[in-house]
Design a binder for this molecule. Structure first.
Ligand code: PRT
Ligand code: ZN
Length: 288
């Protein structure tokens, strides 16, 4: 009997990437039981087995082939040094790894870190960054609560993950250097076989379709026929806009797709060009 190839994906068990990783897989139409305290779950409708792990273990497990692919912060991936393939950046879990010093310390540039003690959980990434910038500082590796290290006299600077900056602020620190930017990434074992790679491709196709859909909106508007050319040029869409005649003579309905980032600019130009009754609707999936 032929057994179906399944791909094992490792995602964070709990923490900042857990919810978004599960949401992304569900948006890809992949259904599985993500009940608490589960170590793994099999998808009901896609050849995927989900392993729930601590994020720090994911790069190594993917490198060793315990999991075939995984989702992890780029910061954790680079720090691990694991030899895996970075398949796709996923656009969530965005943050940066930064160096911060107490806010009343004068700081005029990276050279000021020479001879200083920097506390971090990211010693490998920090070491490379300091070497690249020819800074000789002492790295003090600690396992958590990095933000309090300067306050208790353990170090003169810290290197930690920042997103809103409020943790630095509440601990009297200011951000002075960005060591790396990070987001959640899909990684893969280097020796996946052809059947496994086909499943990765199917998964990637779905991930990209969901992400493209989120970035775009479906747009409907009414346009006077004598302004159709100007309006259609503003919203070229995927191939070209759809133009349908309205019952009222001299008017048409124009349908197209627009990039969310350009949304406000375009809407203003469309109104100036004479468009009316503009509707903007979310798109669930989009295959370009
Ligand atoms: O239990 P496990 O080991 O799996 O999880 P963890 O506690 O090691 O990691 P977790 O869940 O905190 O973070 C997982 C990943 O989320 C990280 O590796 C980053 O890639 C990403 N991420 C995004 C963040 C943040 N934003 C973030 N703000 N990881 C951590 N933080 C922390 C940071 O360490 C600091 O304490 O939040 C604080 C700073 O946040 P702001 O908003 O105050 O600047
Ligand atoms: Zn961790």
């Amino acid at each position: 009997m032929k057994t179906e190839t399944k791909l094992r994906i490792a995602i964070q068990k709990s923490g900042r990437l857990n919810d978004d990783s599960i949401r992304m897989l569900k948006e890809c139409g992949i259904e599985f039981d993500n009940g608490l305290n589960k170590l793994k779950a099999s998808a009901f409708n896609f050849p995927l087995e989900v392993l729930f792990l601590r994020d720090d273990d994911i790069p190594e497990y993917v490198e060793q082939g315990v999991a075939d692919i995984g989702i992890v912060g780029e910061n954790v991936l680079v720090e691990s040094g694991a030899k895996v393939k970075l398949i796709e950046k996923l656009g969530y879990g965005k943050c940066r790894l930064s160096i911060a010093v107490p806010k009343d310390v004068k700081y005029s540039g990276i050279k000021d870190l020479n001879g200083k003690r920097i506390a971090t959980t990211y010693s490998r990434v920090l070491q490379k960054y300091l070497a690249k910038n020819k800074v000789k500082a002492e790295i003090h590796e600690i396992s958590g609560s990095v933000e309090i290290a300067t306050g208790i006299g353990l170090a003169e600077a810290i290197c930690d993950i920042v997103s809103s900056g409020s943790t630095l602020f509440t601990n009297g620190l200011k951000e002075v250097e960005t060591v790396m930017k990070s987001e959640a990434v899909l990684i893969g074992n280097n020796k996946l076989n052809a059947a496994q790679l086909r499943i990765v491709e199917r998964l990637l196709f779905r991930i990209r379709a969901s992400r493209t859909a989120k970035r775009n909106k479906y747009l409907l508007l009414n346009a006077p026929d004598n302004k159709l050319d100007t309006i259609c040029k503003l919203i070229p869409g995927m191939k070209s806009p759809t133009v349908l005649p309205l019952k009222q003579k001299g008017w048409s309905s124009v349908h197209s797709v627009i990039d969310e980032e350009k949304f406000w600019d375009i809407i203003e130009q469309l109104r100036d060009a004479g468009a009316e009754g503009i509707l903007v609707v979310p798109i669930e999936k989009m295959v370009v």
